[in-house]
Design a protein around this ligand. Sequence first.
Ligand SMILES: Cc1cc2nc3c(=O)[nH]c(=O)nc-3n(C[C@H](O)[C@H](O)[C@H](O)COP(=O)(O)OP(=O)(O)OC[C@H]3O[C@@H](n4cnc5c(N)ncnc54)[C@H](O)[C@@H]3O)c2cc1C
Length: 162
Amino acid sequence: MPEKVKILTTKQVTHDVISFITEKPTGYKFKPGQATMVAVDKEGFRDEKRPFTFTSLNKDPHLEFIIKIYDDHNGVTRELGKTGFGNYLLIEEAWGAISYKGPGVFLAGGAGVTPFISIFRNLREQEKLEGNKLIFGNKTEKDIILKKEFQEMLGDNFVNIL
Ligand SMILES: Cc1cc2nc3c(=O)[nH]c(=O)nc-3n(C[C@H](O)[C@H](O)[C@H](O)COP(=O)(O)OP(=O)(O)OC[C@H]3O[C@@H](n4cnc5c(N)ncnc54)[C@H](O)[C@@H]3O)c2cc1C
């Protein structure tokens, strides 16, 4: 059964990427790197489920999703771009096999970085970031998601490729 969660805030992360902070159902748990199916709770969109990754941590009182909006086609992310405070999302259980297996080099392109956001935020909490490196590919400088936060977390081990 999908759970209905209210959007509490949205924040522009880059020109086409938005952070959605939502309520968290009681007892809801996920592993850093996991995703869930998300639908917009609006007429015509409730059955249009798309996978998005949690970027918050289990200890947070809310959930966060960081989502790239594709405005050029008539999909769910375009609708998400028109969705904000007070609207609801429908989420399912957490799933996905991406998880931290120990220090290493992480490779990501664009919004593909989202599993590493919660993995690195979790390692920061545990003071275990050392020995990890992120190589992050984007089209242009303005497309880099959470540049400042990655720089703070990883220092020289945050490598951007444009
Ligand atoms: C496990 C997993 C986790 C993910 N986590 C995240 C995340 O955290 N953040 C994130 O931003 N993304 C994430 N994604 C990607 C995200 O799921 C997709 O970007 C999203 O599903 C796109 O949905 P959409 O409805 O907007 O577009 P689509 O489902 O691609 O397309 C909707 C409609 O538009 C058509 N269409 C598709 N492309 C074009 C085009 N170029 N021009 C014209 N029409 C087109 C399609 O045929 C379809 O009818 C994840 C994906 C997976 C598999």
